[in-house]
Design a protein around this ligand. Structure first.
Ligand code: ATP
Length: 444
């Protein structure tokens, strides 16, 4: 890749045609209003890393508007987004927050597919105390880049003239891309925002980079300082961001490497001060990853996260703080009681009794219990998923009617009895099922 000069790598023509056109139109609209427009963040990083022989597609674009000689007005980003929406009426416009950032969203568009553009006015952020919500004010593009997480994410490509296609690299991002390192911009970064620890690991593992040694030192220092242990100071907005970083990591193919690195940094303590990845927990996560295939409708990341949280005594509060769905919070809150009930499984005499007990619980609950329980219980739950839950009685409701039974309340009981007898191996074909019925429910 280094054989290609930066100027070549940064050409807008490398983007697929519809994206090029969109960026050109956005730049014109900004220039007409006397603003500069920059492509920033991941899109620039990915443009420099992408295979130079392939057109680059975009799914997520960050644009920043800055004034020519002084900071643009706060509403500049929104104004630009509105003007773009008149040209692209199929895009949905969303305006967020006090410091007005705008998003334009395309869904299954024929040309732009599912594209998300964030447009903001250049701004700077202050953290009034660690892990707080940042306070924000208008600023120059340089300061906007300085509030970002890592050098490789703090690159900007100017889209407007003069000097369009110029790369703004104030912090050595290109060097770090070349030496494949994730380097933070300032020493306090992880104290201000612990989600950056998760982001650092995510980018390092995903891009095959390493954490630059001093950056890793800052992470360890932030964690050792105990700043995240004052959980009452960790604001809800930060918990939401922490959850989305966890989701991002746990649903990625590289989740194992990322979790191991986070554990090595002791960063799971950002979820709860007592959370450590010991051998037992690691085994549970790998088992959950495997067992989740029993029911592909369950969100994979959520099961893995629940397994992590289940390890903590205060699990219900942690699940609540991370704003997991209500059923997950309930499951984690009642986990000890659920586990007590399922401990009865090996004591059931018949398969049908086990199935009756297992049916009381969702697949998510059973997976969570299975990974945490003894091998005997785990095997029974696995057999339920792979065999017993698929068993059908040889006769269904329509057959009952054809046999002369009158539809009514009793039908359910009859069908339950038939299924139980099938599970217990008492009947295996239609003739045996009919004989079973005639004996237990004689036709008058
Ligand atoms: P991805 O390809 O994973 O989407 P991305 O770099 O586009 O990567 P986003 O989460 O979309 O990541 O964030 C966009 C940009 O916003 C980042 O490149 C970074 O500059 C900045 N950013 C995001 N989160 C933070 C944070 N917690 N602290 C500082 N800057 C951040």
């Amino acid at each position: 890749k280094d054989l290609f000069p930066l100027r070549y790598l940064l050409r807008l023509e490398r983007f697929a045609e519809p994206f090029q056109k969109l960026l050109t139109i956005a730049a014109q609209a900004a220039a007409e209003r006397g603003w500069h427009l920059y492509l920033v963040g991941g899109a620039v990083r990915d443009l420099l890393l992408a295979d130079p022989s392939e057109p680059v597609a975009l799914s997520d674009i960050d644009l920043v508007v800055d004034g020519f000689h002084q900071a643009a007005t706060v509403g500049a980003g929104v104004e630009l987004a509105r003007s773009l929406q008149t040209l692209y009426p199929q895009a949905r416009l969303e305006i967020h927050g006090k410091f007005q950032t705008a998003a334009l969203l395309w869904h299954n568009d024929t040309e732009l597919d599912s594209l998300w553009i964030d447009i903001a006015t250049a701004r700077t952020e202050f953290y009034p105390y660690p892990a707080a919500n940042p306070e924000v004010e208008a600023s120059s593009i340089r300061q906007d880049l300085y509030r970002r997480d890592f050098t490789v994410n703090a690159l900007a490509l100017r889209l407007t003239n003069p000097r369009s296609s110029e790369l703004l690299d104030f912090f050595g991002g290109v060097l770090d891309l070349r030496s494949r390192q994730i380097r933070v911009l300032h020493a306090n970064s992880f104290i201000e925002d612990p989600t950056r620890i998760y982001r650092a690991v995510r980018f390092a593992v995903r891009l095959g980079f390493v954490l630059e040694p001093q950056t890793e030192g800052y992470i360890r220092h932030a964690i050792d300082s105990g700043v995240y242990e004052q959980r009452d100071r960790i604001v809800p907005a930060l918990q939401t961001r922490l959850k989305s970083e966890l989701k991002y990591i746990l649903q990625a193919p590289y989740w194992r490497a990322a979790i191991r690195k986070l554990a090595d940094l002791d960063a799971l303590t950002c979820i709860h001060p007592m959370l450590k990845l010991d051998a037992a927990l690691w085994r549970q996560m790998r088992l959950a990853d495997w067992l989740q295939r029993c029911d592909m409708t369950i969100p994979h990341w959520q099961i893995l996260l629940e397994v992590l949280i289940a390890k903590i005594d205060d699990r219900a509060n942690v699940a609540q703080a991370l704003q997991l769905p209500a059923d997950a919070i309930k499951r984690l809150a009642n986990l000890a009681e659920i586990e007590r009930q399922l401990e009865q499984l090996p004591h059931c005499e018949k398969t049908s009794q086990m199935v009756q007990l297992l049916k009381l619980f969702s697949s998510e609950t059973l997976i969570l219990v299975a990974v945490r329980s003894s091998r005997t219980i785990r095997r029974l739950i696995w057999t339920y998923f792979s065999r017993w839950s698929l068993v059908k009685a040889p006769i269904d409701g329509t057959d009952l009617k054809a046999l002369g039974y009158k539809p009514g309340k009793q039908f359910k009981q009859m069908l339950d009895d038939l299924l139980a007898a099938t599970l217990d191996g008492e009947i295996s074909d239609r003739a045996q099922a009919e004989a079973f019925l005639h004996k237990r429910y004689p036709l008058t």
